[in-house]
Write a protein that binds this ligand. Sequence first.
Ligand code: FAD
Length: 283
Amino acid sequence: RTGARVERLPLARYTTLGVGGEAEVWFVSNGAQLAEAVEAPYRILGGGSNLVVADEGVPERVIRLTGPLAEADLTPDPALSSGETVVTGWVGGGVPLPGLIRKLQKLGLSNLEGTVGIPAQVGGAVWMNAGTRYGEMFDGLHTLEIVTPGGTRQVTPDDLAWGYRQSGIPRGHIVSRVRLRLRRSAPEEVLAKMDFADQARKGQPKMKTPGCAFKNPGGVSAGKLIDEAGLKGARVGGAMIAPEHANFIVNLGGASSADVHALLALIRERVGAPLELEYELWP
Ligand code: FAD
């Protein structure tokens, strides 16, 4: 055994919605532990900000990156940096994205500030190329380290078929660490861009939520369709369609995953247009 900490824990603790039953959680902090963790069926958990986990939990082991895999070495690599371009040391997939963005701003390092306000870990955000209309994760990546049961490999963005909210990395391939490609800039300038991107978030609810429920069908706002169906504030058990923004389901406290699924079904029934789910459902 490589010494990874393994515990049965409620996944509700690790999701922004605060819902989800138990699983065997593997806390891995280095490559050897990660290699052991992927020897049996697994799921990789990031910040849990795009997940609705079943009340029954999941049967697979759930891998969570900790220790050095949740730390960031932002020192410029002299061999790869030149002029305004800075390539950092390794940034663990388990690093919380919001704190990283704040640190980069203070250091006067630009390229990723458009992702400000996205609650995620670096690995999860890279895996789905999370972003806003002001920027996305692939704006600032140099190298990615990817772990699978077949081994560990390093790739560059050019090796991947990445695009809008997708990295091209197959599901289950673990983004264990990345090196960032950044541009030197004045900290005040980075801050100004962050403030601008942050403005767009003002209408979002502050309660426990996994973010937007549905993709906008054919460019029409899903929130507007749900609102027009008269569903703002609709409740099932502890789950509610947010009065501030109808495309957000929030946990009022004590919501179950069954409550959330019931609300999703109600929305689908009342809104005529076909709606594609934005969250990922576990299992
Ligand atoms: P999780 O939710 O933990 O997992 C999501 C998926 O990523 C799962 O398939 C998981 O297996 C996989 N994954 C996690 N970590 C890794 C890893 N290390 N390697 C490989 N795969 C991994 N998203 C946006 O794009 N833009 C937004 O503006 C935005 N706003 C949001 C606002 C709120 C209030 C909330 C709650 C969510 C928002 N989201 C937004 C959604 C969410 O933040 C993103 O989808 C984010 O990328 C999820 O990252 P995570 O680390 O939380 O992943």
